[in-house]
Structure formats: C-alpha cells, structure tokens
Design a protein around this ligand. Structure first.
Ligand code: AHR
Length: 499
C-alpha cells in the first residue's frame, strides 16, 4: 500500500491538549492511583502524589488534566475540599461505588498535582447541584490575586499566589447525570453561569467550555449553540469551547463486552465503533459552522475511550478494566482522528488517567504498570505542538460481514524538531501490510521507527508488566523520497523521518 505525504501542505496546528487526560473522584483513580496521602511511608510520594505515576506521566508529556469529574463534578462542593484535612467534610460518593469521600484531595492538591506533572489545569464546575455563587467563588478562590474574601481564604489556607486555571467546564453531562436538563434550559443556565467565571487576570483568560452532546445527540449541540448565539452573525463571546463525549462500547450499555476476553468479531466491532468518532466530529463541526462561521468555538472531546464490563471481583462502581492491544488500536485511531480535525478540535481527554476505564496506568498497592494505551501516547507525543501534514493512505476494507473497517489508519505531522512524524495503525487481525511512503518533493535523510503490537489479547499484568511495551522497529528503509516497511497485524507504529 502507498502512503502519500505532502510536507508542502500544512493543514493546521496540533495542540498538545489533543493528548489530554481526565481524572475523576471515581474508584481508584484519584485515591491510590494518583494521591496516596502526605503521610504515606509505603509508597514513595511528593506531597502525597505518588512519584512513580508522576514520573511516568511526565514522560508522555501529559499536557492537561481535567478534574474533579465527570458526574462527580456536578455533586462536588469545592469548599468541602479545602482547609485542614481533619476538618474536611466526609460524603458518600453516590455516583461511584457508594464509598466515603473524605475530601482529602481538593483544589490545593489538584493544583499541586498539575505543578508536579507540569501540565495545564482543566477544572470542571458544578451546575447540576451547585449555585452560581459557589461556582463564581471557586474561580475567585483559585485565580484572584488581590484582596477579596476568597483570595484571603486561599492565602489563609497556605497558598499566597493565585493559580492558573487554563480551562473551566461549566457543568458536565447536564443532559444526564449533571441535572437531566433540556438543551434550552442548559443553554440559558450556561449563559448565566459563565458570566461569573470572571477573568481576574486578563493576561491569563480562562477558556470556558459548555456542556456538549452525548455522542450523536446533534439536537443538543444545535439548541445549546442557538441559545448562546444571538444569531449566526452575532457571537457573544460567551463560549470558547463545547464538549463532546463518546465512548467505544463494543456491544451494548447493558452487556458491554470483556476487556480481555473477546473474539475477532469483537475486535472489528470495537474498531468500527471507534472509527465512528470521525463521523461524529464531522457532523458536530457542521452544526458549529452554522452558528460560528469564524471558528471561534472549539470542539472539546473531553471524554473518550473504551468502556467494557468491569473486571470480575471488583466494585462495579469503580469501572476498573484491563487494557490490551485492542485498546492500543483504539487510542491510535482516536488520536489520528483528532489530529485530522485539528481545525476545530483543540483538546481531547481520554477517560481516565489511572485505574478507571481506558487508563494509561494501573496500580495495585505500591505496584504500577503502564498499559498498551500508555505506550501509544508515548509514541504519539511527537505530534504535540506540531503541524498537521496532508497525507493519504491507500487502503482495503477488511473485517467481518457486519463490521467492515479500513485496514490502515494514519496521521502525519511536521514536528518542531523538523522531522516528519507518521503514526500508522494496522487494524487487521491477520494480515501484515507492505507500505511505501512517498514524500512529495523531499529526500529522506534518515528514518527511525517504533512499534506497539502483538497478539490482540496481549496486555500487561502486575506479574508480567512488560509484555506489551514500545519497541524499536528496525525494518524501515529510506530510499530517495521513499520510506518502505512492513507494518505487522494488530499494531500501531511511529516513524520519525528526517527530510
Ligand atoms: O468517565 C466516567 C463517566 O462517564 C463520567 O463521570 C461521566 O461524565 C460519563 O458518563
């Protein structure tokens, strides 16, 4: 198959945030996965954040972290999570597993985590069960520098300087767990709540994100935008982004399918459902275009990833699942899709960071493993801050009778390092493909490659943590303006091409 790459045609900037993450007060994501407590002597930590996880996440250049939810965000009352820990209110996390939430991880701890990770902060506010005042005061608490009741409270709690809040979500899934609202109602609430998400430092404006649709609920997007825009010609500046949530659920929401036990039929079904992200984004973009012709509002895919049946023997409310080569493909395809839609898609956040759904990291006590998805992020990090390059791959349709998919899926960028970065997925369960990449008007000086692949069921466990890793791939050869190689079945590759 031929892969055509035209470095003379750059198609848009790839925000690092396209490789963003999400961490919710859900299961063992925050507690144990990220935060083990300042007094923990068994798990090495800095100010309570586990050092092994922080180091691993810094390696993949985690660009942004969303917190505190998810559904939890619309039940979260931020004042419960500040001040002396022994005085913080305890609550039951009714959404997720009915466990006690002791609020020991709150605003200060989240900001400390972002500092250690070196990433941007995306805070999600509470519209479902919180007041405008509560939301407005949270923003004041976090970002106000001068004298004010909330800034004084922050200082009294030990943080003199304001933090930077890069992104702020005005509610989460308000069509469902965030209040079961209609789009008209939410649209009006959004107008009101966002008014009080003030920019206390005009040099560091907060990027305001409205709650967007559940997958293909196009009407939600349409009505929310109509409510927030006076007319297609008149943009109020109320909104910087609108979200989209879409999960890859192999079967149905009732019986989703196993994370590790699946057959070829479910391999293709899962990949086909993942590819639906492309159609979803295209159609959401078309609606946005109706109201926002100047492309001022971004599409923010702030929840995506696989959602399987929970691992047997675990709390069903904790959403713990394993992660195989199939997840590596799901990650590679989605990240390629976001790259190709970088004109509108400015951030995407995989759900979720540690121990929940399609995680990049799993922990068990003091042990930690990196999942196949982690290694895909590790290869794709070269796209961060790069320019998308026009590319096209010849293809064939493969799969089962019911679930047909293209065999190959790619995106290409020109990095700040001057190299072309090609990421290519082979979706086939049985066939390797010979690839000839043809680079328009350029001579190839050198090529290096790496790969994540194996049997479709391969995954890492605490007893066998390195079964799936990123490996150096020696088989890529440069000749003139061409790079040739064979991509094995069930694999994701990254090639760095010096031109
Ligand atoms: O990521 C798990 C949950 O999925 C989130 O809390 C919610 O926003 C979505 O329904």
């Amino acid at each position: 198959m031929k892969l055509f790459i035209n470095p003379g045609h750059l198609c848009g900037h790839l925000n690092p945030e396209l490789q963003g993450h999400f961490s919710e007060h859900l299961g063992r994501c925050i507690y144990e996965g990220l935060y083990v407590g300042e007094d923990n002597k068994d798990i090495p930590n800095v100010n309570g954040m586990r050092s092994d996880v922080v180091e691993a996440l810094r390696n993949i250049k985690i660009p942004v972290l969303r917190w505190p939810g998810g559904c939890f965000a619309d039940e979260y009352h931020w004042k419960d999570g500040i001040g002396p820990k022994d005085k913080r209110k305890k609550m039951i996390n009714t959404h997720w597993g009915g466990v006690v939430e002791d609020n020991s991880f709150g605003t200060h701890e989240f900001m400390e985590l972002c500092r250690q990770l070196g990433c941007k902060a995306y805070v999600n506010g509470n519209v479902g069960s919180g007041t405008v005042q509560e939301m407005s005061e949270w923003v004041e608490y976090m970002t106000m520098e001068g004298v004010s009741p909330m800034a004084d409270m922050r200082k009294a709690n030990g943080h003199e300087e304001p933090w930077r809040v890069d992104y702020f979500g005005v509610g989460n899934e308000n069509w469902g767990c965030g209040g079961n609202m209609t789009p008209e109602y939410y649209g009006n609430l959004y107008r009101r709540y966002q008014t009080y998400v003030r920019n206390y430092d005009p040099k560091k404006p907060i990027f305001k994100i409205a709650c967007g649709s559940n997958a293909d609920d196009y009407e939600w997007t349409d009505v929310v935008l109509k409510t927030c825009f006076k007319s297609p010609e008149q943009f109020h500046g109320f909104m910087d982004g609108i979200s989209l949530h879409y999960y890859t659920v192999p079967d149905t929401w009732e019986t989703k399918g196993g994370a590790v036990e699946f057959d070829e039929k479910f391999w293709y079904k899962t990949l086909k459902k993942t590819l639906f992200m492309d159609e979803l984004i295209s159609r959401q973009k078309a609606i946005m275009e109706k109201y926002d012709k100047k492309n001022k509002v971004a599409l923010i895919v702030d929840e995506w990833g696989t959602w399987y049946d929970v691992e047997k023997g675990t709390n069903p409310g904790f959403l713990y699942q394993q992660n195989t080569i199939r997840d590596a493909l799901v990650a590679g395809i989605n990240l390629n899709i976001f790259n190709k839609h970088c004109d509108r898609v400015k951030m995407a956040n995989i759900a979720q960071l540690v121990n929940v759904l399609q995680s990049v990291i799993l922990t068990e006590g003091e042990k930690m493993i990196k999942t196949p998805t982690y290694h895909v992020f590790d290869m794709y990090k070269h796209h961060q801050d790069a320019e998308l390059v026009e590319s096209y791959v010849e293809n064939e349709t493969i799969g089962t009778e019911d679930d047909k998919v293209p065999a190959l899926h790619e995106s290409v960028s020109l990095g700040k390092d001057g190299k072309l970065h090609i990421t290519l997925c082979n979706l086939s369960a049985e066939k390797d493909y010979e690839i000839e990449s043809i680079i328009t008007d350029k001579q190839v000086r050198s090529v290096s490659a790496e790969i994540v692949g194996g049997d479709m069921h391969d995954h890492n466990t605490f007893d066998d943590p390195e079964k799936v890793t990123k490996k150096v791939f020696e088989g890529a050869k440069a000749d003139g303006s061409k790079v040739s190689f064979t991509i094995p079945k069930c694999s994701v590759m990254h090639l760095a091409v010096e031109i």
